[in-house]
Design a protein around this ligand. Structure first.
Ligand SMILES: [Fe+2]
Length: 361
């Protein structure tokens, strides 16, 4: 016969994992620890002192932990909605020189070369938290906008970028500090806005929270309509001090921004972004009906590149989307991240790795 402590642990585990209801939890705890009258009342949360510490969970094992856990709270449930795009995973720009690319993305930005995939000179995958840059070797591609990156050890970033400055002389590499971020430009002109972790990026300690594209004036409304009606994403036309832009939710703490700009849009050079979506077939059906699918990659993936106003049918902007289902084998693949401040001088044992997320208190 299982001991009472064992049963308590199992009931707590089932409750915390959402397997049993609060009412059943209360009844079971009452049966195991309380008066035994079977009443699903909050008093069931009062455990005998002898059972304190049985779970090993500091919150639950606190004297009033269980009572706090069962306190009625109200929540804004819509705040948890993501829309159909559940993750923006990689940005792909080809580069002509892997050594220079490594200097910029690995040594400068402090990101991590994927140790498992694309390990030869023909391509490099660069891990940034749970996101990546994909950098196949070819003539340079330049994203028409900029990429936001949350970097580890933000305070040390200027020093890291200074160290690669001389070696990258004669390229388009540059960096400067701006209001709340550091803009670093890769040797071929891709602009990266580097940030320290912040509330608006969720728990991200290192990663790609957004990609912002510069789009023609007057297109933000139609772009938001496209993502909302065709992709099933959360999208809206917004306006701030920088002018109108389309804001698209692209994951937890992640966005695609399309900011209106009166500067001429450079020709599209086939760089791409990759997103995971939940409803995979709905957008495919709608894109196919408009003749917008450009590649049927495999059962888990298709591509499109034209963003078209659903109302007018007018093409507003071009950026290839590699669209993957959540059944894609690479979905939620764990990515290795390093501590960029680790050094052979003053080496700290046990501090080589970095978590992509901030520690929660
Ligand atoms: Fe890709």
């Amino acid at each position: 016969m299982p001991s009472r402590d064992f049963e308590v642990r199992q009931v707590l585990k089932a409750y915390r994992n959402g397997i049993i209801s609060e009412q059943l939890f209360a009844q079971e705890m009452d049966r195991l620890c309380g008066s035994g009258n079977g009443s699903p009342q909050p008093k069931a949360s009062k455990r005998p002192a002898g059972l304190l510490g049985v779970t090993g969970d500091a919150v639950l094992d606190a004297p009033d932990g269980l009572a706090k856990l069962m306190q009625k709270k109200t929540y804004d449930r819509s705040a948890e909605d993501l829309g159909n795009i559940v993750a923006l995973e990689h940005v792909n720009v080809t580069v002509p020189d892997q050594a220079k690319a490594a200097l910029f993305y690995i040594n400068g930005l402090g990101l991590t070369r994927d140790p498992y995939m694309m390990t030869g000179p023909a391509n490099m995958w660069v891990n940034a938290g749970r996101q990546q840059f994909h950098l196949p070797t070819s003539k340079p591609q330049v994203l028409r906008g900029h990429v936001g990156v949350v970097v580890s050890d933000y305070d040390a970033l200027p020093q890291r970028l200074s160290r690669i400055s001389e070696t990258l002389g004669g390229t388009r590499f540059a960096f400067h500090e701006s209001d709340g971020y550091i803009e670093a430009t890769c040797p071929w002109g891709n602009r990266i806005h580097c940030f320290a972790p912040a509330t608006r990026f969720g728990p991200m300690a290192v990663g790609i929270p957004y990609v912002e594209f510069d789009v023609p004036v007057g297109t933000a409304e139609g772009i938001a309509r496209f993502y909302s009606q065709v992709m099933g994403a959360q999208a809206a036309r917004l306006e701030d001090a920088g002018g109108p832009f389309a804001c698209v939710t692209a994951g937890t703490g992640q966005n695609l921004f399309f900011r209106e700009s009166d500067k001429p849009t450079p020709p599209y050079d086939r760089h791409h972004i990759q997103v995971y979506i939940n409803d995979f077939s709905g957008p495919h059906r709608r894109l196919a009906a408009k003749g917008l699918i450009t590649q049927e990659s495999d059962e888990h993936q298709y591509r499109f590149q034209d963003i078209v106003d659903p109302d007018s049918g007018k093409a507003l902007f071009t950026i290839e989307h590699e669209v993957r289902s959540m059944k894609h084998p690479l979905y939620l693949r764990p990515l290795v991240n390093r501590n960029p401040s680790q050094s052979i001088v003053g080496y700290s044992p046990g501090e080589d790795a970095r978590n992509w997320a901030m520690a929660s208190n």
